[in-house]
Design a protein around this ligand. Structure first.
Ligand code: SAH
Length: 256
């Protein structure tokens, strides 16, 4: 069966005993009663960022027992962790951004309250939005056959976002007033196996001067994404795609 047609279940590390997974709860119900899988059928089980090719061995009590046939089977993960810090946009634009960023291989998405963000979320809204965004990340991860479900954080303040972003190895700040592609090319070339990449994108209204100064002080590199002004969602998707491309190219076997 082609990998893209194979079912993939995300489980907790505690589900594994030796070379078997004991799948419980809604996944068990799905395997047994919805998919009606039979003993001997194959599927993927993902745990801790790795996917294993498994065969259904038996149903036992309230669990589906899957025995591992091939460990670490065809990983779809980048060897680079892309963290997208996204200025809170209007309406449901962040949903599109999350879906596309996850498909492109992003590792984590952090919504950021910026001075030109029109939307303001109170604590209760922050929690409920985060849950909805996480569910979108999960379905995009499954659809694109990721081996991990990227985390979407609750919206953070700008200062908190910079604290997190400055820990990344390559911290890019696509800025609408930046000219020329030299800095962009230099930053992308630094994306190498095992490194982390932070991308900080403004909301529809862009960055204010103070925010750009703060980002630079935290080690962010202002870069251009080309001569056109992109909408926030286009800018995020384009920036993640560029980083994904360099991550894939710079870590292919043989590449240093
Ligand atoms: N209102 C601003 C545009 C903001 S676009 C203006 O009219 O100038 C929203 C965000 O997308 C920006 O803050 C930036 O992070 C990113 N962006 C859009 N176009 C870009 C470009 N050409 N280069 C770099 N970043 C860009």
């Amino acid at each position: 069966m082609a990998l893209r047609d194979m079912y993939n279940f995300f489980v907790d590390a505690t589900a594994r005993v030796g070379d078997r997974y004991y799948i419980v709860g809604s996944d068990y119900n799905h395997i047994k009663n919805v998919l009606r899988m039979r003993v001997g059928e194959e599927f993927l089980v993902s745990d801790g960022g790795k996917s294993h090719l498994c065969t259904l061995e038996e149903y036992q009590d309230e669990s589906a027992v899957a025995v591992i046939a091939t460990e670490d089977y065809q990983s779809a993960e980048l060897s680079v962790r892309i963290k997208l810090f996204q200025g809170l946009p209007k309406g449901d634009k962040l949903e599109l951004i999350i879906q596309k960023a996850v498909e492109l291989g992003a590792y984590e998405i952090v919504p950021v309250e910026m001075s030109r963000s029109v939307v303001k979320l109170d604590d209760r809204k922050k929690k409920s939005k985060q849950e909805r965004w996480q569910a979108i990340a999960e379905s995009a991860a499954k659809q694109s056959k990721r081996n991990v479900i990227p985390a979407v954080r609750e919206a953070v303040s700008y200062a908190q976002a910079l604290e997190m972003a400055k820990e990344t190895d390559v911290f890019m700040v696509p800025y609408e007033n930046e000219d020329g592609m030299k800095a962009t090319a230099a930053a992308l070339e630094r994306i190498k196996k095992g490194c982390s990449v932070g991308i900080l994108i403004g909301p529809e209204g862009g960055f204010d001067d103070r925010e750009i100064e703060m980002a630079k002080a935290a080690g962010g590199e202002a870069v251009s994404l080309g001569k056109r002004i992109l909408r926030a969602e286009t800018a995020s998707i384009a920036a993640v795609a560029m980083c994904m491309l360099y991550a894939e190219m710079n870590t292919e076997s043989g590449a240093e």
